[in-house]
Design a protein around this ligand. Sequence first.
Ligand code: UD1
Length: 427
Amino acid sequence: MTEERIVIRRAGPLHGEVAIPGAKNSVLKLMAASLLADGCFTLTNVPDIADVGIMADLLTAIGLRSEQVQPGTMRLVNDGAIVPVAPYELVERIRASINVLGPLLGRCGRVSLSLPGGDDFGSRPIDMHLKGLEAMGATFVLRHGVVEASVRTPDERLHGAEITLEFPSVGATENILTAAVYAKGTTVIDHAAREPELADLCNFLVAMGAQIEGIGSPRLVIHGVEPGSLHATDHEVVPDRIQAATYLAAVAVSGGEVVLRGARGDHMEMLLRRFHEMGPTITASPAGLAVWADGRLHSIDVATLPYPGIATDYKPLLVTMLAVADGVGIVTENLYPGRFRYVEELQRLGADIRADGHHAVVRGVPRLSGAPVRAPDIRAGAALVIAGLAADGETTLTGVQHIDRGYDDLVGRLASLGADIERVVSS
Ligand code: UD1
């Protein structure tokens, strides 16, 4: 059996410019929201990642057609022949498949959805999604791993509701939002998630004709429009702040000077502040973000929080940077307990980390040492690549398919900046 690997050797400072692709966590939601209106959608700045292909397959199974018009541009055609059934083989492959629930329920009044899979990092329930939609008139029955959803109102149309989320869940906010655009009356989502990708989805829906107030705030007010009145639109996907952070981390551990073309500093303010404290200089330029780094990083303490806090998806990168920083840093995970599985892999590279429950204590060492490691999920996989850049000798990374789910040519982009990195297929 052949398995692809990424081989990384410690390189000198990185130099040059790298374009930041569109965000996975936005494009998948935009694609799902295109179920809401008939017509031809064109999405640009679409990242070339595996999850986009899986979401396209799921939407095809439901009744849309999709094609890549050119690299980075996707056309989605919705001619209204929708079958609101999301089959297990596709749903289990990505967490974002849950995002078809809101649009299908709002448009068709019923959905049959297998429970989603995706990254395997602890329990990821959907109780807040279901509770919010129930307040709008939906009912759910779970049978054999399939959620059968329907709308039990006389006209089979959801109605507006005042919903306060216990926690600003990204997915729950998105599903309630996309269901609410066709609901009768006004829906208020309090304590809503406010990630930049969620604002991107709101802007997309508004361009389709939806009426949404409070975009980017923790209180979204959605005035339902007449069923069928939304229309297709064209939209540019917001740049990926997590991919951008990955290149910042690469420069932070390697040194050098790099421009991240298209990166949105205003979407990463808290993270940039923390990077600054660790040493690198990052400035916003008309082209995006410019990063300069030289010498050893300094340790900091850091805790993950919903946006505008430090995203949990940044955490493996920060742990990796702390692993080679001067001093001790404490990392606290507030979203997903147990999401520290990659720590064992970093330890194989010589990192001094003690992780327990929500916390990790990272004692920086001057150098890591290359070894074979395996990527357990997308973000941890990328962090192991960054660790490889900071490790003497050779690091070989397997589990490359995880990285391909969310990174558009990470290896090619790092190599273009001067990193000693390549993909090899070995048996
Ligand atoms: C999204 C992102 C993921 C990111 C996460 C947090 C996508 C495809 N994934 O995931 O990369 O790490 O936001 O920024 O966009 N929870 C419940 N009940 C629910 C919903 C969530 O208990 O009904 C919990 C989850 O288990 C988790 C926390 O709330 O502990 C955050 O989850 P949520 O914000 O919903 O994340 P996702 O939308 O799944």
